[in-house]
Ligand binder design. Structure first.
Ligand code: AP5
Ligand code: MG
Ligand code: ZN
Length: 216
């Protein structure tokens, strides 16, 4: 049973590392941000509500987030472990998650806190491009696709997330500092946190994460 959380500011590389970690341990990658973006694309009620907040770089209200996260965690594929990316993001969400998992006797095993300095986060987010078809992530400078604007994996069109504009990015980083950073201390208290230097290149960050988790 490997229940993991990826914590870290916007642009830290949570999504990038999540793809590798979920493959390595054969556990599903659950990103609340991806769930919201899928709902926005499909025009659902949830998507409409979430979009208002996401466009401003604000957090979606806890009650909405907790509801969708709990529903996702009850699906079959999560019963042997999971990797959460971008959830929890407030102390309230973390407390609710702990309650939910304690009831099921499946507590969080480790919280991977990826840290990167602010300048680098701005550069990463503003240069990020994402594949419309498969969700693969690129960077115009750090990780350009072979053919400009097209996904190496599936040939899909690359786009820029609407919350990756300079002004929205600045607000997201502020919101992280006030609402999400306190989670580091929350998990520190129960001794479940691993600190990772996310400023290294992707391969090295992944190696550091695997070494810190151990090879169960
Ligand atoms: P979400 O989708 O979770 O976005 P985020 O937390 O802002 O994080 P990002 O996805 O921007 O960054 P990342 O860490 O995944 O970085 P990535 O790997 O892509 O949330 C979006 C919004 O949804 C929130 O603002 C909020 O409104 C709402 N929301 C979601 N969850 C919520 C919750 N629980 N509660 C309330 N609201 C919620 O990498 C970034 C770039 O850097 C890429 O271009 C990548 O190629 C590059 N890169 C990655 N690693 C490296 C490296 N080691 N070196 C160089 N470049 C790298
Ligand atoms: Mg992400
Ligand atoms: Zn693709």
């Amino acid at each position: 049973m490997m229940n993991l959380i990826l914590l870290g500011p916007p642009g830290a590389g949570k999504g990038t590392q999540a793809v590798r970690i979920s493959q390595k341990y054969s556990i599903p990658h659950i990103s609340t941000g991806d769930i919201f973006r899928k709902n926005i694309k499909e025009g659902t009620e949830l998507g409409k509500k979430a979009q208002e907040y996401m466009n401003k770089g604000e957090l979606v209200p806890d009650n909405l987030v907790i509801e969708i996260a709990a529903a996702r965690l009850m699906e079959d594929d999560c019963q042997q472990g999971f990797l959460l990316d971008g959830f929890p993001r407030t102390v309230m969400q973390a407390e609710e998650l702990d309650k939910f998992l304690d009831q099921r006797n499946h507590p969080i095993y480790k919280v991977i806190d990826i840290d990167v300095d602010k300048e680098e986060l701005m550069t990463r987010l503003i240069g990020r491009r994402v594949c419309r078809s498969c969700g693969a992530t690129y960077h115009v400078i750090n990780m350009p696709p072979e053919k400009e604007g097209l996904c190496d994996i599936c040939g899909g069109e690359l786009y820029q997330r609407s919350d990756d504009s300079a002004s929205t990015v600045a607000n997201r980083l502020e919101v992280y500092n006030t609402s999400t950073k306190p989670l580091i201390e929350y998990y520190e208290r129960s001794g479940r946190i691993i600190h990772i230097d996310g400023g290294k290149d992707q391969e090295d960050v992944f190696t550091d994460i695997i070494n810190a988790i151990g090879d169960n």
